[in-house]
Design a protein around this ligand. Sequence first.
Ligand code: CU
Length: 112
Amino acid sequence: MSSKKVTALVLFAIFSLAAVNVARADVEIALSYKDKKFDPPEINAPANTPILIKFRNLDRDAMELESDSLKIEKVVPAGKDATIKVKAQKPGRYEFFDEYNEKTAQGALVVK
Ligand SMILES: [Cu+2]
């Protein structure tokens, strides 16, 4: 193979990787928790894209963000922030809750 062809192939590989990285870039969603409720109660994300939930517990108590469908389980102390990684999801509605206050603290991630 000529060195020009090799250079072209290497460049092609680099651009392909860059394109994949752009397509797979995580989506960041802000979510907070206060007075035993999620704010907002419903968050949205695009399908097939890894998600980073930038979570803030503004409540005066610790809470446990939990979701069976999203496979999340994370204790967040009062007044603390947490970044929660969620795998790319198919379209659908995925519920989450605070395990310590399930009655009031219900939320959903809607993936479209
Ligand atoms: Cu739990």
